[in-house]
Unconditional design. Structure first.
Length: 236
């Protein structure tokens, strides 16, 4: 169902460029999900399906303009739009829908690899892959505020970011906030210790990073100013 598929966010990175061609089958196949896109070009028209194995199907109908395509995306549970771009054996595709009856506003970026392709899937620096946490503590007088942020870099080139619990208090008051539910999804890549992120419409440089020898801590120096020390979260 489209409104439940936003969590299935995936992205990759292709190193080679070939003539644009949407025709064919494209795959996302990892520990989190298996998604199959089957596309067919008919002149300037593009038709196809995205099969979320075990979850549902989305039908695509659109218009091709060179190596990009746009059109409508429909499923039994909602309607929306899609934008796609082909780069060699890599298909980046974003599905979006507006809020309406029985559906929430959502945006789902996906990146597929052409079936049978041997292109390397990944985002450039395997050391970044994992769950990272940043914790911040501010103390002023008898008041204090503690917050945390989380980011997960996946091996397929996607990432998920969100804020964790936040607490604050003083001698006569307290606050306990829960985790945010509007998490940020997108794509990441790293080149020469420089981190980039994308929402599917272009890449933005985040800053430079360094990591301890054991991979337990990472410091990001942000281009916009400031530094953060992130700690790797060991999953149980």
């Amino acid at each position: 169902m489209m409104r439940h598929l936003v969590a299935a966010v995936v992205w990759g990175w292709a190193a080679c460029a070939y003539p644009a061609a949407f025709d064919g089958s494209f795959l996302i196949d990892n520990a989190q999900s298996r998604i199959v896109a089957k596309l067919e070009e008919k002149g300037e028209r593009l038709m196809g399906t995205i099969e979320f194995v075990g979850q549902g199907r989305i039908n695509l109908v659109g218009t091709i303009n060179n190596n990009t395509a746009r059109g409508s995306a429909t499923s039994k549970d909602g309607t929306g739009e899609f934008e796609a771009r082909i780069d060699g054996d890599t298909l980046s595709l974003t599905i979006s829908q507006k809020e309406g009856p029985n559906q929430k506003a959502a945006r789902l970026p996906l990146l597929f690899q052409r079936a049978g392709s041997h292109a390397k899937n990944g985002a450039g620096d395997a050391r970044l892959v994992g769950h990272w946490s940043y914790q911040n503590l501010i103390v002023s007088g008898n008041a204090s505020f503690a917050s945390e942020e989380h980011i997960v870099f996946r091996a397929d080139g996607s990432y998920v970011y969100g804020k964790g619990a936040a607490t604050a208090g003083a001698s006569d008051w307290s606050y306990d906030g829960g985790q945010d539910r509007d998490r940020e999804h997108g794509f990441w890549r790293a080149e020469n210790r420089v981190l980039f992120v994308s929402d599917g419409r272009g890449w933005t440089r985040v800053g430079t990073y360094g990591m301890t020898d054991d991979g337990a801590a990472m410091r990001i120096t942000y281009d916009g100013g400031g530094k953060k020390l992130w700690s790797r979260v060991r999953e149980r």
